[in-house]
Write a protein that binds this ligand. Sequence first.
Ligand code: NAP
Length: 241
Amino acid sequence: MSLALVTGGSRGIGSVIAINLAKSGYDVAICYSGNEKAAEETVEKIKEAGVKAMALKADVSDPDQVSKMFSDIKEEMGNVDVLVNNAGITRDGLLISMSEESFDAVIDINLKGTFNCTKLAVKDMMRAKHGRIINISSIVGINGNAGQANYAASKAGLIGFTKSVAREYGSKGITVNAVAPGFIETVMTESLPEKVKEAYLGQIPVKRFGSAEDVAAAVEFLASDKASYITGQVLEVTGGM
Ligand code: NAP
């Protein structure tokens, strides 16, 4: 049975991606940064699909913690076949008031975290001559967004990273793609003022906000054999926004 690792799989979009992959028959490992209760709840839901599951506390921005995470997963469940780099944070603010700390934190987790995890996953995938890497970017990484220079830079960086790694390992049976969600209803977005939400809705041709399930469906497709001839792409899940 194939094994998927979903970073930031404890809650939000990552949790739905993890549960959806489990329903498709993957064993699933998730990692999280601090919210152990949410991680345990997601593990229980993954197990309900009849597959193996484990949760690991690991900060993806720290190469040592990522290295330990991969060896713990290998010992317990085997090699990672599908890596979903989903862990992400925001530290919003206009550029002139954005601290260096906020900038670095977002780049370290969203972009360097993906580098750390991908580097380790690719080694085993090369040996297996098969692998799927799916990086969760954002429409903001394509269009930019006022107040999110750090976040947009990290998500745009993920796209360049995706396209480059896809070129490096396509011949080894490894595909690397990005999913760029638009406005997805989660805790990350629910705190936005109503006026801002209405303005976004006005820009969405399908006239609804996205759900984590919409993103999970795109990930499931890219992880499947049906997507074996697709690599280096950015799949926008935005309702046409
Ligand atoms: P979320 O609800 O805030 O969940 C974030 C997840 O990442 C949690 O599991 C969290 O773990 C984990 N995490 C945070 N920092 C971490 C670290 N240093 N190491 C390991 N795990 C870490 O976020 P979300 O809204 O579901 O977003 C998921 C992804 O989709 C992100 O990459 C985000 O940028 C992207 N995205 C979201 C939207 C949207 O509308 N929500 C749109 C486009 C793209 P804990 O539970 O332990 O904190």
